[in-house]
Design a protein around this ligand. Structure first.
Ligand code: MRU
Length: 367
């Protein structure tokens, strides 16, 4: 993604060749600041505090966290400690476990003196693969947008609703749900994105709006409660969201509020697509509601909003009545029956065990 004319991935190595640089997402969209991570502990803190977020980027940061740990101490005990530390940061996005298991598989088979270099190489491979997966999702999602465009009156944009941030900022580059939108825009198809603000942390209003704006994609931020109303009035042609974990039968965990959008889409005959890279599929489970762990985050994220104060500082503001408690489940599960189709790097399929296994026989059969 280009920011101020310069191409950025969301994670890269510092000039010293070993520290890991990320964009501080808690400061966006008001400040573009980077942070250099120098230890597994710092990588874990960055994930926990959502300096980095989004399922694919969490996985990539954790992989580099292991590399940082191996640089400091490449013993088997240090490897296990780093995997446990990083694995305990956020429970819902399965990309985290996927990346850490991949790091363990590669590193545990090597003698200690080769682990540091191999860990950096594997983390870099995970990042490069993520870029390719996202780009492929974009290419498979593009025809869905193009097909709707052919049915619209000339000059009318395809109206696409998205929730949370499943764009460049949530991945290493391109994004998942936003990749087809970027490719459609670049191909000259008129698109307009309804951006759910996505309380409590406002990833839509802050991050999705920021990156769509940087790419020149027309968009409008709406409150989380507006989507159903817009769908009833025919103002939404399709919904596309990301996912943090999708079960082998196509149940989708994504940012809290996704389920309500899927219900509204279903009621109004609006197609509801889920951009799904294969590392986000948890082949070991089939019942999303019963088996996907849902992260419960701090009540303070509900009671306080972070925003730009009139003096130009980025600050938290209390918005809930003093003394009232708040609950903060961070994700919900959309049952497969409400999903029109997962858009994967290998194509679009039915949201079902058979549909996913047909596209990924190699992965489904290994589980
Ligand atoms: O809590 P977050 O901001 O990490 O949640 C992110 C999402 O819900 C995204 O939709 C998901 O990770 C997919 S990102 C390509």
């Amino acid at each position: 993604m280009k920011i101020n004319g310069q191409h950025y991935r969301t994670i890269w190595l510092a000039q010293d060749g070993w520290r890991v640089v990320v964009i501080d997402q808690t400061r966006l969209p008001f400040r573009f600041e980077t942070v250099a991570l120098g230890s597994a502990e710092q990588a874990a803190d960055a994930i926990r505090s959502m300096v980095v977020r989004g399922a694919p980027l969490i996985g990539a940061t954790a992989a580099y966290g292991v590399a940082l740990a191996m640089r400091a101490d490449a013993s088997g005990a240090a490897l296990e400690a780093a995997l446990a530390l990083l694995g305990g940061t956020r429970p819902t996005a399965v990309n985290l476990r996927w990346a850490l298991e991949r790091m363990r598989r590669v590193l545990a088979a090597l003698p200690a003196e080769r682990r540091s270099e191999a860990a950096y190489a594997e983390a870099a491979a995970i990042c490069d693969e993520d870029v390719a997966l996202c780009r492929a999702i974009g290419e498979h999602g593009l025809p869905l947008i193009r097909e709707i465009a052919t049915r619209k009156p000339a000059g009318q944009p395809v109206n696409i609703l998205t929730h949370c941030n499943a764009g460049w900022i949530a991945t290493v580059d391109w994004g998942t749900a936003l990749a087809p939108i970027y490719l459609a825009h670049d191909a000259g198809i008129p698109v307009h994105v309804w951006v759910d603000e996505t309380r409590p942390r406002n990833q839509g209003a802050a991050l999705t709006a920021y990156e769509l704006g940087a790419h020149g994609v027309p968009h409008t931020v709406i409150t989380d409660n507006a989507g159903g109303h817009l769908m009833q009035r025919g103002a939404v042609d399709m919904v596309i969201v990301g996912t943090d974990r999708t079960t082998a039968n196509g149940d989708v965990a994504n940012k809290i509020g996704t389920y309500l959008k899927a219900l509204a889409a279903h009621d109004n005959g609006v197609p509801f697509y889920v951009a799904l890279p294969s590392p986000t599929i948890d082949w070991s489970i089939r019942d999303g509601l019963a088996e996907i762990p849902i992260e419960e985050r701090a009540a303070r994220e509900v009671t306080h909003l972070s925003g730009l104060a009139e003096d130009g500082e980025v600050r938290p503001f209390r918005v809930v009545a003093p003394g009232s408690g708040a609950a903060n489940p961070a994700f919900d599960v959309t049952p497969a029956r409400l999903v029109t189709g997962p858009v994967t790097e290998r194509g679009v399929c039915a949201a079902s065990a058979a549909g996913l296994a047909h596209l990924f026989p190699d992965l489904a059969n290994r589980a």
